[in-house]
Design a protein around this ligand. Structure first.
Ligand code: PRX
Length: 567
């Protein structure tokens, strides 16, 4: 099962924060970790305080907290500056009625405004709801409608994708630009902040169990569900930042995810700032040259990305790589989809570093299965359970299976990062806990005799394309809105670059004839309404969809089994 394993390799000056996995596991307690937080003494809890303000109080106000790069443009923010700006934005939002417990959506590109908005909302005790910047009108509408959202922070370009007529609950649209760039009914947050002094703003102290953020995530059925995390997740996020990201005082850390995805919130904002690291934000989309240039320019030391990105860099070729000086890098991590052994070998050979796979989910709130810098990597394995986390492989009856057998990947609940609730959907929340005391991930896996866990696929129809989670139901529903489409079944088709691509099988309405133009029109229809990442890359017209005899449900598994496996 395992390929050639890779021993740890690091410069002596970079001794890992965690040096012995077995030892840490046997003596670990989450209560010990709590001592790292100011609230363990003061009783005053707020994630934003631990990420920003406490570092200023501790004398690190002058340290660079955020380095934003977009092409030739750069911005640097110190912890001091971030404290002042998040205070002002929080005060401005408060002056317009945002209060503790309110959900505030944040629909912005990866830029400083986005990161500041996230922390300002949290400082107020409100719930931050980041939305992926590529979402189109209906993806935005479904999410805001689900929780009757009242507030959103956005910019003039993205604001046009908010269908206000369909969203009567939405009271205030804050724009991060001047008043001249606002349309009627929008509020210039930039001007409001200009007029606001930070004097007198004080952080809203909350309970550890209070809601922190909401991430909408797709499953195999229904529309996306709102996963709510609590402030207590910081305990888990801090400790994984310390041991798995291995963050140290002088690290410059770059996580490539957008905050609309859970990795872009937990491991691009919270975990690194809880560990007082300098974070790098790259404003552009994926491009091999600009990514390598970002590492070179910002002197990135720790880098967290996803298999599709590594595969794209690998296929961009060594010629591109040779143009950049990447000697600053010392630790690389991956998440979101299976990491192929060949990519790990490429990293070892071309970057001189191992790529450390990690496994977790939106619902888990932080990493649960990890490869640590001090431990052996078995390429093809996601690693071993983080200390303090118990993982088992269960059969369909919820019994623990022996090593080497494939079954349901389950985690002993609870742990500090686990979701607090699924927004107003108790049935969905309960569905994760069918077997007493276990959280069921929906993934299938095998554990070997050393405790290493190997991903084997999903037990449901959820699609994972480039590490982004896509619900087939959402795409099928959108396809059915196209006049030409009578029926639709959507699957993840195995793909060498993206892991899976979205593939749709459709039956046409009578009166429509199959043509390349029609197929392109249907694809663009989904792309422009829902989002680019959910639009089918392949559409196949068939006469009839396979369905169950009794309930008439589409048999996606059967559609999937028709696809040749491509490696
Ligand atoms: O199927 C697993 C896959 O991504 C799912 C979780 O997706 P999401 O909630 O969007 O969170 C992604 C990043 C935290 C999982 O159920 N997945 C995540 N990490 C890995 C993975 N599959 C294989 N290997 C991984 N390392």
């Amino acid at each position: 099962m395992s390929n050639r394993s890779l021993a740890p390799s690091f410069q002596p000056r970079n001794k890992p924060n965690l040096q012995n996995y077995d030892q840490a596991r046997s003596s670990f307690s989450w209560q010990q970790v709590e001592k790292q937080f100011t609230w363990s003494e003061t009783g005053k809890v707020n994630m934003a305080h631990e990420c920003i303000d406490r570092h200023v109080e501790d004398g690190f106000g002058g340290k660079t907290a955020l380095h934003y790069i977009n092409g030739e443009y750069e911005e640097r923010w110190t912890f001091d500056e971030l404290k002042r700006q998040t205070d002002r934005v929080a005060a401005a939002l408060h002056s317009k009625g945002v209060r503790r417990g309110d959900i505030v959506f944040i629909f912005l590109p990866k830029n400083a405004d986005c990161y500041i908005a996230m922390l300002a909302v949290v400082k107020l005790g409100a719930i931050a709801g980041p939305l992926f910047e590529a979402f189109m009108e209906e993806a935005v509408r479904d999410r805001i409608q689900d929780c009757a959202g009242r507030f959103i922070i956005t910019d003039p370009d993205l604001a046009v994708r908010i269908p206000r007529d369909d969203l009567p609950s939405l009271e205030k649209v804050f724009i991060t630009a001047s008043a001249e760039r606002c349309r009627s009914g929008e509020i210039s947050l930039a001007e409001l902040v200009e007029q606001t002094t930070d004097n007198g703003f004080s952080t809203e102290w909350v309970d550890l169990e209070d809601p922190l953020n909401i991430h909408y995530t797709s499953g195999s059925t229904g529309k996306p569900k709102g996963i709510i995390h609590a402030h207590r997740a910081m305990i888990h996020q801090y400790q994984t930042g310390h041991w798995v990201l291995d963050l140290k005082e002088d690290d410059v850390y770059w996580c490539t995810a957008h905050p609309g995805w859970v990795t872009g919130t937990v491991y691009a904002i919270f975990a690194p700032w809880l560990n007082r690291a300098t974070i790098v934000v790259n404003g552009g989309r994926f491009d091999a040259d600009s990514w390598y240039a970002t590492i070179e320019r910002a002197k990135v030391t720790v880098w967290y990305s996803a298999p599709t990105a590594f595969r794209m860099l690998k296929s961009a070729g060594d010629g591109v790589l040779a143009r950049y000086e990447l000697g600053s890098l010392r630790h690389i991590l991956s998440v979101g989809e299976p990491l192929n052994p060949e990519v790990i070998y490429w990293g070892s050979e071309q970057l001189g570093l191992r790529i450390h796979d990690t496994w977790w989910m939106t619902e888990t709130g932080a990493q649960l299965i990890v490869n640590l810098p001090s431990e052996i990597i078995k390429p093809g394995s996601m690693g071993r359970p983080f200390p303090g986390i118990t993982v088992s492989i269960l059969n369909d009856q919820g019994e623990v299976l022996p090593n080497g057998e494939i079954g349901h990947l389950a985690i002993r609940a609870p742990w500090p990062g686990i979701m607090r609730e699924v927004w107003q959907n108790e049935a969905k929340y309960n569905s994760y806990f069918q077997f007493d005391g276990w959280y069921l991930s929906g993934d299938l896996a095998i554990q070997d005799e050393d405790g290493y866990i190997f991903f084997q696929g999903r037990s449901d129809d959820m699609i994972n394309s480039s590490g982004e989670r896509i619900g087939p139901f959402e795409v099928e529903s959108k396809l059915l809105e196209h006049a030409a489409v009578a029926e639709a079944g959507v699957i993840g088709k195995p793909d060498a670059l993206r892991g899976e691509i979205v593939k749709a099988f459709i039956v046409l309405n009578s009166g429509y004839a199959h043509s390349p133009e029609l197929i392109e029109d249907i694809r663009l229809f989904v792309r422009s309404k829902l989002s680019a990442h959910a639009a089918p890359r392949e559409i196949e017209v068939i006469e009839e969809l396979p369905k169950t005899k009794i309930s008439g449900k589409i048999l996606r598994r059967e559609l999937k089994s028709r696809e040749p496996i491509e490696q």
